[in-house]
Design a protein around this ligand. Structure first.
Ligand code: ZN
Length: 139
């Protein structure tokens, strides 16, 4: 058993298991939350098919964009891609293609937790392409 960082223990309890995509979502939501203070909304382009849709739970966990509050919407594009809006900013976060391919080719029930922890410790720059746009139209 791997000793999990505290945040990942709570994330695992919330989501029911710990895999790569819930951690990717967790990190995406944190990027949005760090840049946007106050009112925030998210559009997530994963669709609702697992394991990619696990991203949605990670984002709900860390960004405070939740279905219950109605400030998150899911679009069925099958992409590891989220957009956050608020504070006059639009933050676009996309998982790098090579990381997505690596996850999809290596994850299994036996390896998912190990891969999740490795991803948790990686720098955001290594994992994501982040674009920040100033906007008066959103948020
Ligand atoms: Zn999951």
């Amino acid at each position: 058993m791997i000793e999990l960082p505290e945040d990942l223990k709570i994330l695992k309890r919330f989501h029911g298991h710990l895999g790569p995509y819930v951690v990717i979502g967790y990190k995406m939501g944190k990027i949005g939350r760090q840049k946007i203070n106050g009112k925030i909304s998210a559009i997530v382009r994963t669709g609702t098919r697992r394991p990619l849709s696990c991203i949605i739970d990670g984002i709900q966990f860390s960004s405070s964009c939740t279905l219950g509050k109605g400030n998150i919407s899911i679009i069925d594009d099958g992409k590891a891609h989220a957009t956050f809006a608020g504070s006059g900013l639009v933050i676009d976060v996309m998982l790098r293609d090579e990381i997505k391919k690596l996850i999809d080719s290596t994850m299994s029930r036996d390896t998912e937790e190990k891969i999740a922890v490795e991803l948790f410790h990686k720098d955001n720059d290594e994992l994501f392409i982040v674009r920040e746009i100033e906007s008066t139209t959103f948020g």
